[in-house]
Write a protein that binds this ligand. Structure first.
Ligand code: NDP
Length: 243
């Protein structure tokens, strides 16, 4: 089976790193994007078939240029995983509004930028897959998650709309929506109280949330289904997560 190019945003940590490892081990050529490229270059990968580019997903031009470079080296993008995201939890009465902007720019505009960069070519060649990483917070609300939940509800909404638009072109749009997982995501929230409350919530699930490896394995399974099968959405969470 010929393996085609996979693009993963936010490959420097968490789910992105795990997906990079799993797809690399399976022999797919990869274009790995993120701002901290030194961290991506430290991953235990076979770099013969990997291109790493420093891209902020909010920058459409940089995103497009990286994809053009990846396609020149490895051929057309067959899978784009819009994984890069931030979770800046807060109560909007107290939170710095800059955090709202960063969240919406990264979690929504970043996803749209990625889709814009690949969709027309996928339509033309009647194939391709985009997997957007949303969240259970894109399905239901949680305290202090107002802007994060708004961004992830947005990812659900835009993904489903575009899925409907592209289905006749044989392009698959899928949503992976995890629950709490062990990554760096919470570390960027600025409120120490919210962070410690979140850790206490995790304690109620036995102290350990999802291993990113299991999310990455599930994404690979979704992708490797035949092109005429679209797993539209997966919600995956720790068994002991009750919300
Ligand atoms: P991490 O914080 O470990 O990883 C986030 C990744 O996003 C990093 O690689 C970071 O790379 C990248 N990123 C953030 N902002 C930008 C940007 N502007 N441009 C490019 N890359 C960016 O968290 P996760 O692995 O958990 O997060 C991955 C996705 O999973 C996110 O969309 C998140 O919302 C979602 N998710 C996470 C859950 C969890 O509990 N962990 C649960 C549900 C969903 P760099 O800083 O190098 O640019």
């Amino acid at each position: 089976m010929k393996k085609s190019l996979i693009v993963i945003t936010g490959a420097s940590s968490g789910f992105g790193s795990e997906m990079a490892k799993i797809f690399n081990a399976a022999g797919y050529p990869l274009l790995l994007l993120g701002r901290r490229v030194a961290k991506i270059k430290e991953l235990p990968l076979n770099f013969d078939s990997v291109l790493v580019k420093e891209v902020d997903v909010t920058n459409l031009e940089a995103f497009q240029n990286a994809i053009t470079e990846g396609e020149e080296r490895f051929g057309d993008v067959d899978l784009l995983i819009n994984n890069a995201g931030v979770m800046l939890l807060g109560n909007i009465g107290e939170q710095n509004p800059e955090e709202w902007k960063t969240t919406i720019d990264t979690n929504i505009i970043g996803v749209l930028n990625g889709m814009h960069a690949v969709i027309e070519k996928m339509k033309q060649r009647n194939g391709g897959t985009i997997i957007n990483i949303s969240s259970i917070a894109g399905r239901k609300t949680f305290g202090n998650h107002a802007v994060y939940a708004a961004s992830k509800f947005g990812v659900h909404a835009l993904s489903e709309t575009i899925r409907e638009e592209l289905s006749s072109s044989n392009v698959r749009i899928m949503i992976m929506a995890p629950g709490a997982a062990e990554t760096e995501l919470l570390s960027h929230t600025s409120s120490e109280k919210i962070k410690s409350d979140y850790e206490a919530w995790k304690e109620s699930m036995g102290g350990v949330a999802l291993n990113p490896y299991h999310v990455a394995e599930t994404v690979k399974y979704m992708y490797e289904m035949p092109q005429n099968v679209t797993i539209r959405e997966v919600l995956i969470a720790p068994t002991k997560q009750d919300s």
